[in-house]
Design a protein around this ligand. Structure first.
Ligand code: PBG
Length: 339
């Protein structure tokens, strides 16, 4: 008797019967950039199809996204002014806080996640307070080092200000030690026990963030992020980061980037089977597909759906992706075709 795997591949109906991995629009999270620096939507050269939205137009864009059935949006703010300590990040009238109020008024059913970090708000572009630059300093640490504990208070203030403005979930992305515990404590003390924390628990120091730093205007003015983000060579260390964040009260974990880290997603899923897991299909991954598609070298739709399927197959529940809007439309079409 000969085994014939091809029997199940004979036609579309048989193939769909043994289809193992399904991505649905509800699994997708769309990042959104909101800006205080312009009154017009601004395109981003390295991320075709993605815009920086002025606060007074962002609610309309979110309304359109809500119609596609995607699961949530993730907001990043680009403030009009920056300073050494990133004080604009927790301003009740800051760019993210005003955007949150507008979105929650217009589309209250949409789940809104906010990025909690300092890099878009500091004039040096780093994710925390810097040794020797602001009031905080530590003679035992190198100059220009991102200080850990002095930054935690600021992160907690940002998270509370986002919760006050209507955030459902806060997502700290700076890879500082103890950030989840600091944020959980502050949210609970302020009466926001129902606000979840989706931690960027295993975020690598990656070259694939290039286009994002363009989009958010948050590239470091000196040095890099290697003293807080993870070494791409490490996977055991990611398990340690996840475990700490779970112990500190994280409601969800993340691996970022996604494509060069599918093994990390799989290891995380196996080690933490019962914690929701997000993967961030980052800006550089998006830009590669868009560039190749524009050259006619890839079929964009098929490449995107294959990529999203592979991230889900590796073990992610949720995928943060700049393809969310197009992918949601394509996925809905495919479901209708099969039925
Ligand atoms: C900020 C932040 C970054 C991204 C998300 N949050 C950039 C960075 O760490 O330099 C990258 C997202 C992307 O590339 O799509 N801490």
């Amino acid at each position: 008797m000969m085994h014939r795997p091809r029997r199940w591949r004979l036609n579309a109906s048989l193939r769909s019967l043994v289809h193992e991995t399904t991505v649905s629009p509800a699994n997708l999270i769309a990042p959104i950039f909101v800006t205080d620096a312009s009154n017009e939507p601004q395109s981003i050269a390295s991320m075709p199809g993605i815009w920086r939205w002025p606060v007074d137009q962002v609610a309309d864009e979110v309304h359109v996204l809500a119609e596609t059935g995607i699961g949530a949006i993730l907001i990043f703010g680009i403030p009009g002014a920056k300073d050494a300590d990133g004080t604009g990040s927790y301003d009740a009238d800051g760019v993210v806080q005003r955007a949150l109020r507008a979105i929650k008024t217009a589309t209250p059913q949409m789940t809104v996640i906010t990025d909690v970090c300092l890099c878009e708000y500091t004039d040096h572009g780093h994710c925390g307070l810097i040794n020797g630059i602001s009031g905080a300093s530590d003679p035992h640490l190198p100059a220009e080092y991102v200080l850990n504990d002095p930054t935690l208070d600021t992160l907690a203030r940002i998270a509370v200000s986002h919760a006050e403005a209507g955030a459902d979930v806060v997502a700290p992305s700076g890879m500082l030690d103890g950030m989840v515990a600091a944020i959980r404590g502050a949210l609970d003390r302020s009466g926001f026990g129902a606000v979840s924390i989706l931690s960027y628990s295993a975020k690598y120091a990656s070259s694939f963030y290039g286009p994002f730093r363009d989009a958010a205007q948050g590239a470091p003015a000196f040095g890099d992020r290697a003293t807080h983000q993870m070494d791409p060579a490490n996977v055991r260390e990611a398990m340690r980061e996840h475990a700490l964040d779970v112990a500190e009260g994280a409601d969800g974990l993340m691996v970022k980037p996604a494509l060069a880290y599918l093994d990390v997603i799989r290891a995380t899923r196996d080690r933490f089977p019962d914690v929701p897991l997000a993967a961030y299909n980052v800006s550089g991954e998006y830009a590669m597909v868009k560039a190749a598609a524009a050259m006619g070298w890839l079929n964009e739709r098929r490449a995107v759906l294959e990529i999203l399927t592979s991230i889900k197959r590796a073990g992610a529940d949720l995928i943060i992706t700049y393809h969310a809007r197009d992918a949601a439309a394509w996925l809905t079409e495919e479901t209708q075709c099969l039925n």
